[in-house]
Design a protein around this ligand. Sequence first.
Ligand SMILES: Cc1cc2nc3c(=O)[nH]c(=O)nc-3n(C[C@H](O)[C@H](O)[C@H](O)COP(=O)(O)O)c2cc1C
Length: 417
Amino acid sequence: MPEYKLVSKNYEFPDQRLLKAALYRGGYEQWKRVIKEKTSPQAIIDEVKTAKLRGQGGAGFPAGVKWGFVPKDSPKPKYLCVNADEGEPGTFKDRTILEKDPHLLLEGIAIACYAVGIHTAFIYMRGEFYEPQAIVQQAIDDAKKEGLLGKNILGSGFDLDVIIHMGAGAYICGEETALLNSLEGLKGWPRLKPPFPAVIGAFACPTVVNNVETISCVPHIMRMGGEAFQQVGTEKDGGTKLFAVSGFVEKPGVYEMPLGTSLKELIYDVCGGVKDGKQLKGVIPGGSSSPILKPDEIDVPLEFEAMAEAGTMLGSGAVIVLDETVSIPQIFMVMSRFYAHESCGQCTPCREGCTWIYKISEKILAGDGKPEDLDTILSLAPMMNGTTVCPLGAAMAIPVMAMVEKYRDDFLALMKN
Ligand SMILES: Cc1cc2nc3c(=O)[nH]c(=O)nc-3n(C[C@H](O)[C@H](O)[C@H](O)COP(=O)(O)O)c2cc1C
């Protein structure tokens, strides 16, 4: 299946980040149409539901359904928080939207806010995104000058402020409720759910949290119609997805594919296969939180349900290709070190579990491991799943179990007795 470019349609034009160029290529046309035709907010939500647009930040929750949860009669202000934290190891797709087509994101933000009755949108960006911040801020300023954002947009009486908030570089702040705490100036600790942010979110007000890519699909849904958008993908997962492919592959990069494309096709046909003709050792298909697949498991459609059936996750669409030279125990150690470092410490199973597993992985790599250590990992990891406020602990536990179960011999080979 070839690439199908919607969100990345204008990536090839280096001037696309400029308002003039974006307008020339049809930017803000859907936003102008919504304003001019006074489209009903509910009609937009319905279109997004028909499109079967799923959250592209990892969990895959249907976007239109989430928007529908926001109470219509709340006397409080409502907020949109665009999640531009992009902290999942292996993921580098949202950055391309921010840098290459910021006006697409802003048009999506405007339509989403109009649909839900929101007048303030935050873009929560990871602390290291200096360049994307400058590019998006310029885009906001230019769109405001053109009357596409700000007060009384295009004479409609609709106001919308878009504010960039920079994080301080913590993986946990990508989790939506930790993000909200961080936005409020509090420690980036996740909150218990329910209540969900759509009901009680930022500053105790109803808040939609959506990923950058999710929101950037909205102008395309409005242009194509929800049904046509859905049909690009599968019955339950409409449209396309950006895949950030990295590791030992001939042509790493960001590729936009229809949802439902086979992972094998993406690696071999689109990305040119394993680098230098080497053998494939495994694929981490959806960022570091997704369980690894062995070479005979990769002929699987890239959609939320099929990936779950295959025992893994579509996640954020970060495909990490590992060749025969890669040491799985080494990957295991690097990953567990990351999670041990990034666990916020709020919940004991995650704080202690991540650290224990990291310590065991170091012991194994140093040649001091014993087969019983693998059993300790397999008995400890399940206790981190479902016992914490947020899924960070599970995001480590489930993939490490898959590595130990599928590549046990690689671990045993490092043990002297
Ligand atoms: C530890 C952790 C880190 C996360 N990091 C991100 C992130 O960097 N970007 C993102 O969009 N979602 C991230 N998520 C998912 C968010 O909690 C949330 O589901 C998402 O932003 C909702 O947007 P969506 O429905 O459009 O995907 C993370 C979740 C967890 C548990």
